[in-house]
Design a protein around this ligand. Sequence first.
Ligand SMILES: CCCCCCCCCCCC(=O)SCCNC(=O)CCNC(=O)[C@H](O)C(C)(C)COP(=O)(O)OP(=O)(O)OC[C@H]1O[C@@H](n2cnc3c(N)ncnc32)[C@H](O)[C@@H]1OP(=O)(O)O
Length: 224
Amino acid sequence: MAEDRAARRDAVGALGDALRDLVDAAVRTEVPIPDLEKAALLAGEITQLLRADLREVHEIASVDDPEIGERWYSPVYGPGSPVAPPMLVEDFPDEGRCVGRVTVGKKHEGPPGLVHGGVLAILLDHVLARSARAAGHGGLTATLTVTYRRPVHLGVPLVLTGRLGSVDGRRATATARLVAEDDPATTLAEGEAVLVALRSERASEVFAKTGRAVGAWTTRSSDG
Ligand SMILES: CCCCCCCCCCCC(=O)SCCNC(=O)CCNC(=O)[C@H](O)C(C)(C)COP(=O)(O)OP(=O)(O)OC[C@H]1O[C@@H](n2cnc3c(N)ncnc32)[C@H](O)[C@@H]1OP(=O)(O)O
């Protein structure tokens, strides 16, 4: 079974890579209209193939690991997600820190040539929540503050560092910083968040429709 899941994860990742290439080509192409029309038909055929067996919208993917918290279709880091940049994230739980590495492409453009501010917010939110989660203080984002200091260009390798700050009961704070890999001294954007772990009875209520225990995403590790 474990081997089946590993093989499926590989296949999901390969499809994700192919679809991200497709999305990149789709948002950059200047081919003639007949070619656009042909591409739309071909895309429809792929959709039909995949729709033969779909999860319900609340169902967790068979490739996911809700106990650890990894999600194969995360819009931030999911190997299977066509909309994920995707960001690669490394956890340093003992330091309450995580580091994300990402290069944002055309599909996430805001002002011409620049990364959309909302996309920067999702990337910051992820490393903020994840730095707390990695250190055992998982929770939902209650507040998120983003400060945009410099324009962030498409196609530039970026590094995001999230750090757990204080922990007080179910509430934790975290801070994050975004820089270009080749200019780590210049802050491009900063994030601050308050993360609140759900009470376990509330978590059961909120996530009932998934039919699974999802503590990895919502509660402190000490809550089980
Ligand atoms: C390996 C893979 C990793 C995976 C890593 C995962 C990364 C995923 C990142 C995704 C993060 C998200 O997008 S999360 C999704 C977006 N966020 C949400 O959907 C949250 C929606 N909001 C809510 O459900 C609620 O408002 C909560 C849970 C935030 C709080 O409700 P509650 O649980 O009833 O809280 P309550 O009892 O009132 O308060 C508990 C304590 O928190 C404080 N508190 C509550 N709200 C706030 C607030 N906005 N600012 C300050 N403090 C607050 C209260 O004062 C109290 O402190 P005291 O009196 O005890 O001192």
